[in-house]
Ligand binder design. Structure first.
Ligand SMILES: Cc1cc2nc3c(=O)[nH]c(=O)nc-3n(C[C@H](O)[C@H](O)[C@H](O)COP(=O)(O)O)c2cc1C
Length: 327
């Protein structure tokens, strides 16, 4: 299970930073893999409002960290935490800039009608802090978070907000912070970790493994949490596979092949499914391995891709019957 944190305050060791770090450390101890983006330092370019994502399904900006890294991390995340101080009754400019770039996800969802395989299970959490105590203090931030999480297909049910916290790091003294975060971990992270964690591995992580991970996640995400990896990752997913997946209304846009080292952090998976007979059994010592020796179709062989999808779906049904039940 992977958690992405978006730290939206420019103040290092400030209140937002402390809140998010506390949550991520506790989530890591519970067994999740975590990654935090310090948004103010990331150099995310602002949305141009050019409409390219609506006409092409992808953001026109391709050379900033949003394009090269953060879009992919959002897609991979089972849980996204958006954290921001209140600035003029709204979200910080830094985090808002990142959120605006997610218009590409809005376009893929509402214009292209594509559904993220994690749509049924991804969660979004809001953390915020403010100096004053006004009744409507967090209303603006809540609304932005609601529409951001909708665009990235994350269910938004939990927020931690604190009033009357102003000086740098003062949140550490807040009597409820630790207990609130512990309770949040129990409500969000623990149930997600109780699903069977399955890692699909193919030689390049470009076709069979991401395909199986997406299908299993979309169809059985209440029971399994899937990841994929390649032993020698290719530079991009197979376009033929993406076309077949999109024809089924599913979205693998912005996902990339990754190596075993990038996918295995947090607790090891419960099961590894290797999808090529050249891959050895003992990829991760002590983790049970299953073999699905399926052939990868040649590029542009759409008929073979359809056959592969059918085979993968049959394997997934058997796998869920045998392994899908909660631990
Ligand atoms: C530009 C700016 C605007 C702010 N606007 C508000 C505001 O509208 N309401 C409020 O209660 N606090 C406001 N604050 C105070 C911060 O929300 C508060 O100090 C918070 O604890 C800062 O969190 P941080 O340490 O994570 O940066 C503002 C602070 C700054 C720098």
């Amino acid at each position: 299970m992977f958690i992405l944190g978006l730290q939206g305050s420019p103040r290092k060791n400030g209140n937002t930073d402390v809140m998010l770090r506390t949550f991520m450390e506790k989530a890591g101890q519970a067994g999740a893999a975590t990654h935090t983006i310090q948004v103010a330092k990331a150099g995310v370019a602002a949305c141009k409002g050019c409409g390219y994502c609506e006409s092409h399904g992808r953001c026109v900006i391709t050379d900033d960290p949003m394009a090269t890294e953060i879009f992919g991390l959002i897609r991979k995340a089972d849980l996204v935490v958006a954290a921001s101080p209140v600035y003029f009754y709204g979200i910080s400019a830094q985090l808002k800039g990142l959120i605006d770039r997610c218009q590409t996800f809005w376009s893929r969802k509402y214009v292209y009608k594509l559904k993220d395989p994690l749509a049924a299970t991804r969660q979004g959490i809001l953390f915020s802090v403010a100096a004053s105590r006004g009744r409507q203090l967090f209303d603006g931030i809540h609304l932005t978070a609601k529409y951001f999480f909708d665009a990235i297909d994350a269910r938004f049910e939990h927020a931690l907000t604190y009033r009357g916290v102003e000086s740098k790091g003062a949140i550490r003294e807040h009597e409820k912070l630790e207990a609130d975060i512990d309770a949040l971990i129990e409500k969000t992270v623990r149930p997600m970790l109780s699903r069977k964690q399955i890692l699909f591995v193919s030689p390049q992580g470009a076709c069979r493994a991401p395909l199986a991970a997406a299908l299993a996640q979309a169809q059985h995400g209440d029971q399994v949490c899937t990841g994929f990896a390649g032993l020698t990752p290719a530079s991009a997913l197979s376009p033929t596979m993406i076309q077949a997946i999109e024809a089924r209304g599913m979205d693998l846009g912005y996902r990339k092949p990754v190596g075993m080292d990038q996918t295995l952090s947090g607790t090891p998976p419960d099961l590894i499914v290797v999808m090529d007979k050249t891959i050895p059994d003992n990829l991760v010592p002590g983790v049970k391995t299953k073999h699905w020796p399926l052939s990868a179709p040649d590029a542009d062989d759409h008929a073979a891709m359809e056959r592969l999808i059918g085979e993968v779906e049959t394997h997934i049904e058997t796998l869920i019957t045998q392994h899908g039940q909660r631990k």
